[in-house]
Design a protein around this ligand. Structure first.
Ligand code: ADP
Ligand code: MG
Length: 701
């Protein structure tokens, strides 16, 4: 059954009634429709409600589209040459309106008959005190019960319209399609899923989305098809994960000596419960004998670094090496500086490898890494270069994952071909749960959802230019109390043309207003040596203000800084603003974030800034970001290459995402390899999808 239906669905559209060779070519060129299956999933982009008709007398100057039912009178061709037009009058009990065509007259004229009732749809214009409707959509009025309640509107193009394939023409083709395939569309969800989640059968949903008889049918059809779409996306990811868990062995970590010693003797603070929980979750993976692939999410400042370090110690406890990879040199160096003293206390050596590590140093370091006498290493992308070899890499931690692609992750695996190293990916980009579940379906997720005790929520305000003097005075007062401040600019000098405040002008301005403070500067054009010196001076409190572009965005940690002033704050996205704000509020003191902008702001920018002043919850902010900008805008989602959804919207269909995920998980728990007979239709559909990359097939021919 499924076999047969899949073959008919793969048939070229040229063989569909009403198409033929030349139209098939047009459909392929204009709409990328090649096969029966392509047309089946070419859904209407909107519907017109044909159940409601206006009275002609109700038309006003403000009317948008209206639908009218009336009798046609006075069909006339007028004008000559380029001014030629066709006019007719539509009349109902309440009045008259003129219908006008300037184009396709030869096509329209034969379809108009005087004295006959028509259903007309269009946008009225007012012209010399009379209403007229140019180029209305029209069809013969048939007794009302035969008229479809919602008329599907399909995208078309000029070329297609010229070949009678306007929306109406396409509608006809879809009807022809259903005539030949409707008995052959197999269900692809199980009876129990259909029952449990109250979903309509597949064939009904497909008919319902093309030809809905009521709005409720349309709604239920959409829900069913979105569910199906999300269900199969997640099922595929979960199966990948299953394959990974069942195939890739990982070095089992069983001993915890050094780890425990650190925990008892050297921790500077008690871990939060959330930190303890995720360490346990990670250890369970590491101990399992299977390769770990885990995503660790935690809002900025939630304390991911110490968790990473303690996991690295687990590797050492088990005679393996561990690496920590950061997206920038500044961050790698900061991690190194923060972690090396802790390693030293435990009598362990830690190395640092970045793009600017000198050749001579490399030549000393790399052989020792390869023979295993260096066990802990921190670095940047430099770590994945081919010359970097390990003796026994057991754990690889990637900080701030959104800067690394999947391909780079895979390259790390190759460093230890015998047994893949365990991988822990850490991100502060608080991906909403619904999205994380879909995007990272192949990763396990741990969340640090608790801040270290004693943190005070950062006070955030939005201010305008006229407050600048006051703001500088505030910065100065904080500095006089011994604190430090960041001042962040969106771009540097050459962007002057775009009317951005330049970083250097800002430096001068600050020096004038706050002469008592000394400044560090950090921007992308500096060499890594300069950056390092600049960061070091600020971290050691030798300078009080760090004036920087967004290079401080991720990870930088100076707990004594308690104010961040963000210039042109409207230029930043919501998640970026949240990351920047996370540079303060990392200690016990009250911290402040000042968002400075001009008066003139877009609606969107205003919403972002308002959200920033209202919440410090990164998850709430990213939910909002998702609503404002859509999933593509979230860091990292493009690289994931997983989501290409036709119907479902991750931002809006959260509930369906959750339900379909639940259904997929339960199905696989019951039957991981989908061998049971009651799961056959699910299995067949997956197989067919994998075997029939329909579009590619069509494009080749
Ligand atoms: P992030 O999760 O943003 O990477 P960090 O790991 O840089 O955060 O930690 C932020 C700050 O909080 C650091 O100064 C760190 O030492 C401190 N910290 C981490 N865990 C705790 C804790 N349990 N109690 C108190 N301070 C902590
Ligand atoms: Mg960090």
């Amino acid at each position: 059954m499924e076999k047969q239906s899949s073959t008919i669905l793969l048939r070229s559209l040229a063989y569909l009634k009403g198409v033929g060779e030349s139209r098939a070519k047009l459909l392929a060129e204009e709409l990328e429709l090649y096969t029966f299956a392509d047309l089946l999933s070419f859904f209407p982009f909107r519907y017109e409600d044909r159940t409601k008709c206006h009275n002609i007398s109700e038309i006003t100057e403000d009317s948008l589209y209206v639908q009218l039912k009336g009798r046609l009178r006075n069909i006339q061709s007028m004008g000559e040459g380029g001014k030629k037009r066709l006019e007719a009058t539509l009349e109902d009990q309440t009045g008259q309106v003129k219908l006008i065509w300037f184009q396709s007259i030869h096509f329209v004229r034969p379809r108009l008959k005087e004295g006959v009732d028509y259903l007309v749809f269009g946008k009225p214009n007012m012209f010399s005190r009379h209403f007229s409707i140019p180029h209305p959509d029209f069809e013969l009025f048939v007794s009302s019960d035969k008229q479809a309640a919602l008329t599907p509107i399909y995208h078309s193009t000029e070329k297609l319209r010229a070949n009678f394939l306007d929306s109406k023409g396409l509608t006809k083709l879809v009807r022809n399609l259903f005539e030949v395939i409707s008995t052959q569309i197999a269900e692809n969800l199980t009876a129990s899923i259909l029952g449990k989640y109250e979903l309509m059968p597949r064939i009904e949903a497909l008919q319902g989305i093309h030809f809905p008889s009521t709005a409720s049918v349309l709604h239920r059809s959409l829900r069913r098809l979105k569910f199906e779409e999300l269900f199969f996306v997640q099922l595929k990811l979960l199966r990948l994960r299953h394959v990974r868990l069942s195939k890739h062995a990982g070095l089992p970590f069983t001993k915890l000596q050094i780890h425990n010693k650190f925990f008892h003797d050297h921790l500077a603070f008690p871990l939060t419960n959330a930190q303890k929980r995720v360490i346990r979750e990670i250890y369970t993976d590491l101990n399992s004998g299977k390769q770990m692939n885990r995503l660790l999410q935690g809002d900025v400042g939630s304390g991911k670094t110490v968790v990473a370090f303690m996991c690295m110690l687990m590797a050492i406890d088990n005679e393996a090496q561990a690496c920590l990879m950061a997206p920038t040199e500044v961050l790698a160096e900061q991690h190194f500086k923060g972690l090396q003293p802790m390693a030293e206390k435990l009598g362990l050596e830690m190395a640092l490898l970045t793009g600017s590590t000198k050749r001579s140093e490399r030549n000393k370091m790399l052989p020792r890494l390869a023979e295993g006498s260096i066990k802990l290493i921190v670095g940047t992308h430099a770590l994945i270069e081919d010359e970097v070899q390990f003796q026994n890499l057991g754990l690889c931690i990637i900080d701030e994952q959104h800067r690394f692609g999947v391909a780079q992750r895979a390259k790390l695996w190759q460093k230890q071909p015998r047994l893949f190293p365990h991988v822990l990916v850490m991100t502060a980009t608080p991906i909403p749960r619904t999205l994380a579940m879909t995007l990272y379906g192949d990763l396990d997720v741990s969340v640090i959802d608790e801040m270290p005790a004693g943190r005070k929520p950062i006070q955030t305000v939005h201010r305008y230019e006229n407050n600048r003097a006051k703001i500088y005075a505030f910065l100065e007062s904080q500095i006089q109390q011994g604190y430090q401040a960041y001042v962040i600019y969106p771009l540097i000098e050459e962007s002057e043309t775009l009317n951005y405040k330049s970083l250097m002008a800002g430096v001068e301005n600050i020096q004038q207003h706050i002469p008592t403070a000394s400044l560090s500067v950090l921007h992308g054009k500096m060499s890594s040596k300069e950056k390092e010196q600049s960061m070091a001076a600020f971290a050691a409190n030798q300078t009080q203000i760090m004036v920087a572009t967004t290079v401080v965005e991720v990870g930088v940690n100076v707990p004594n800084a308690n104010v961040i002033l963000i210039e042109n704050a409207d230029r930043f996205g919501l998640s970026q603003l949240h990351q920047l704000r996370g540079r303060v509020g990392r200690g016990q003191t009250q911290s402040y974030c000042i968002l400075l902008t001009e008066y003139n702001l877009s609606q969107d920018a205003r919403q972002r800034l308002k959200a920033m002043t209202e919440t410090t919850d990164g998850f709430k902010l990213s939910e909002l970001d998702l609503k404002l900008r859509g999933p593509g805008a979230l860091d990292g989602t493009q690289q994931s290459g997983v989501v290409e959804l036709k119907l479902a919207n991750l931002a809006k269909d959260g509930e369906i995402v959750q339900q379909s995920r639940m259904a997929a998980i339960q199905l696989l728990e019951d039957d991981p390899t989908l061998v049971k007979s009651e799961h056959k239709q699910v299995f067949d559909f997956l197989q067919n999808e994998q075997q029939n990359p329909q579009k590619q097939w069509g494009r080749v021919s």
